[in-house]
Every structure is written in C-alpha cells, then in structure tokens.
Design a protein around this ligand. Structure first.
Ligand code: SAM
Length: 257
C-alpha cells in the first residue's frame, strides 16, 4: 500500500505559477491554482490517479508539493520519471504502477490533500468504487479534481461528421457509450458526474467545461490564435449552455471536513 507522507519543507509560499496554458489545461489549472493559493505555504500531498506522463504531477511538484502518480501504464510511468528528473523534482514525484479499479487497495486512507483523476473514470471497469476510493484517499476537507468525457460533445461531433447512427446510440445509451467499438466505456453530463461523486461522499463545488471550442475549430484558427482561444475557453467554461457542450467536464469536489 502506498503511504503518502508530508515533507517538512514547504516551498509554495507565494501564489502558484501556472505552467504554460493550453485549451486543454487552462481551465483546470485556473481551478487548481485557486485551491493551491488557498493552501499557500502548505506542502500538499497529491495523488494523481491515471496521471500518465506527469502533465499535472510535474508542475505540482515544481510548486513544492509531493505527488504520487498511480497509473496502469509502465511506459507512461517511465516517461513521468524521466520528466520529473529533467525538471529537478524526482524526489517529490513517486510513480506507482497500479490499476485505478484497485485503487482502494493501493493507497492508504485519508492521507491526501488533493487527488486528481483526469480522463480515467470513463475507461475503468466501474467508476463507482474508483470514486469511493478517491474520496477515501482524501483527508477531511481535501479536494478532488475530476475530469470526465462529456456526452453531449460526443453526440454533436459524431453527428457533424455524418455518423448519425453513432450519435443516436450515444445519445440514447444509459452509459453514453457507443458500445464495444467505442474507445470509452462511458461519458457523463454534469448531473451524472455530480451524482457519481456525491454517492462517493464528495461535495461538488465547481463544474467547468473543458474544450468547449477547441475541438470544433479548424486547426488554422486554433493554432493561429492560441492565446485568444485559451481566453475564450476560460470565459465560456462556467457558462450555460457552453459548459455542457464541452468535450470534457471538470468537477472540483471536496471531502467534508
Ligand atoms: C488519457 S490519459 C490521461 C493522463 C492524465 N491524467 C492527463 O489528464 O493528462 C489516461 C491515463 O490513464 C491511465 N489508465 C487508463 N486506465 C487505467 C486504469 N484502469 N488504472 C490506472 N490508470 C489507467 C493510462 O495509462 C493513461 O496514462
């Protein structure tokens, strides 16, 4: 079982400096930065489930926090370890190979200040026990950053690409999946994702849409005006109806104190 411990040294004493922002990450970093600023001066213990190559883990470690990444892929973890070493934070990043479906047996309970679970709940066998394990890993008042695939965007993009049958299946299927050939086992809307986390004992505080526009624009526009796109994504992320049409939904939740 992974034991996630506090270090004595505290390095984030000033405002969190966001890493370079992209349309895929800007909204999430905005939300995380608010939490990190709220805890400025504390060295947080962070658990990133399905953290992959460390796109979030390494910047969090660079800000002084101690991050454990649990991921099923040895290749991703090898890349994470290299990236952490190159960034000079190898001592604050721990890579653990493991299946998110077995998270409850991998992580000691109530030892984490911030848990990340980005783009994982849509691929695991059963999201409910994973969500329960995320909540159990958190200390009271600890925060969860959860990113899930949005159903509405998938329906619209399939239809716009002419796959009306797939769009109809996605819209009607209880799990928001198009079946055996779909790369994802399920997709969410704000209500279903909120219900999943609430059933696990987490209180959802914020929901944002991630990639409201990014996947819809011609590459020439997205690549040609990256800063404007980031700003527009941030401006639309919390607003109805844009939020609910985003490719992904980001939920920021908290374990009750
Ligand atoms: C789409 S990537 C997302 C990586 C990272 N969370 C991010 O947002 O940049 C999904 C990651 O989840 C990992 N993964 C997929 N299924 C998993 C499972 N059942 N348990 C643990 N990790 C899993 C993959 O190896 C991959 O690194």
């Amino acid at each position: 079982m992974v034991r996630v411990t506090r270090l004595d040294r505290v390095e984030q004493t000033t405002r969190f400096t966001e890493p370079p922002l992209t349309p895929r990450t800007a909204v999430i970093w905005s939300v995380l930065a608010a939490e990190l600023d709220r805890r400025a001066g504390d060295q947080l213990t962070v658990l990133d489930v399905g953290g992959g190559t460390g796109g979030f883990a390494v910047p969090l470690a660079q800000a002084g926090h101690r991050v454990t990444v649990v991921d099923a892929s040895p290749d991703a973890l090898a890349a994470l370890t290299r990236r952490a070493a190159e960034a000079g934070v190898a001592d604050r990043v721990r890579a653990v190979q493991g299946d998110g479906d077995a998270l409850a047996g991998l992580v000691e309970p109530a030892g984490v200040d911030l848990v990340l679970c980005h783009s994982v709940l849509e691929v695991v066998d059963d999201p409910a026990p994973v969500a329960t394990a995320l909540a159990a890993a958190l200390r009271p008042a600890g925060a969860a950053s959860v990113l899930v695939a949005g159903r509405a965007a998938a329906v619209l993009t399939r239809a716009m690409n002419g796959h009306l049958d797939v769009a109809a299946t996605l819209a009607a299927a209880p799990d928001g999946s198009a079946g055996a050939r779909d790369t994802l086992r399920r997709r969410f809307d704000a209500d279903s994702a909120t219900a999943l986390l609430a059933a696990a004992g987490l209180t959802v505080e914020e929901i944002h849409g991630v990639r409201v526009l990014a996947d819809l624009l011609p590459a020439a526009v997205a690549d040609g005006q990256p800063a404007a796109l980031v700003e527009l994504e941030r401006a639309l992320a919390a607003r109805s109806p844009y939020r609910d049409l985003a490719a992904q939904l980001h939920l920021f939740a908290r374990r009750p104190a």
